[in-house]
Design a protein around this ligand. Structure first.
Ligand SMILES: Cc1cc2nc3c(=O)[nH]c(=O)nc-3n(C[C@H](O)[C@H](O)[C@H](O)COP(=O)(O)O)c2cc1C
Length: 197
């Protein structure tokens, strides 16, 4: 059995997958959103710390709550998307690692150093955001990642019960309308971005 993705699958997840600005009316089910979470959770994090937390904004009420939190150029496409995921990271991740890393004294490493805990949560939570996007694409969803939002407003509107979570990246989810895509910009060459010593 082949241990690589087919070229078609590689293209599905990377080359042909775009950052979408328009959406069809096709809805996205709860089941599919949870499948994305389950698949993304398989990606590695330091000490298995898994600091990403996600709030899916889907109902009309929740979308209205999101409206004032999104910057102008991102507003229409966010309101039109079937779902918007608020990808957060939990600075207090180390309090929830007993099952995930039973032999590791997370409190000793992170509990006395807030800067270290935040740095690690941001680093690993952002890694998990990448896994989230690839998982969504692997499951047939299109994504529109965005950092054009008001972090303080998102946290006030959606995270009042989670004082240790910070909003990191928003991702619109659904089935993209290709007609609304912008021309794709080139990626740097591997000669520019890498050295093999
Ligand atoms: C972390 C992140 C933040 C982004 N923020 C925005 C944003 O606020 N607004 C927007 O229109 N696009 C945003 N983008 C989309 C990028 O501009 C886009 O992914 C990039 O130009 C590559 O385009 P492509 O995926 O269609 O090839 C963001 C992408 C990422 C990964």
């Amino acid at each position: 059995m082949s241990k690589t993705l087919t070229p078609e699958d590689q293209t599905l997840i990377f080359r042909a997958a775009r950052s979408h600005n328009g959406w069809t009316d096709e809805p996205v089910s709860d089941e599919l959103l949870l499948q994305v979470m389950e698949l993304a959770s398989a990606g590695p994090t330091a000490f298995n710390q898994q600091p990403m937390r996600v709030i899916f904004v889907r109902s009309p009420d929740a979308k209205e709550r999101l409206r004032p939190c999104v910057m102008g150029g991102n507003l229409d496409k966010t309101m039109a998307a079937p779902a918007t995921a608020i990808l957060c990271f939990d600075r207090g991740f180390w309090k929830h690692m007993e099952e995930a890393a039973p032999s590791f004294d997370a409190a000793k490493m992170y509990g006395k150093d807030d800067d270290m805990a935040r740095h690690s949560a941001l680093q690993n939570g952002t890694l998990q955001a990448g896994y989230f996007i690839l998982a969504a694409r692997a499951l047939g969803l299109d994504c529109g990642p965005m950092t054009g939002f008001y972090k303080d407003k998102i946290e006030e509107a959606f995270l009042p019960d989670h004082p240790e979570w910070e909003a990191n990246i928003l991702v619109n989810l659904g089935h993209g309308d290709d007609a609304a895509l912008r021309p794709q910009r080139p990626r740097h060459s591997t000669d520019f971005t890498s050295q093999i010593l």
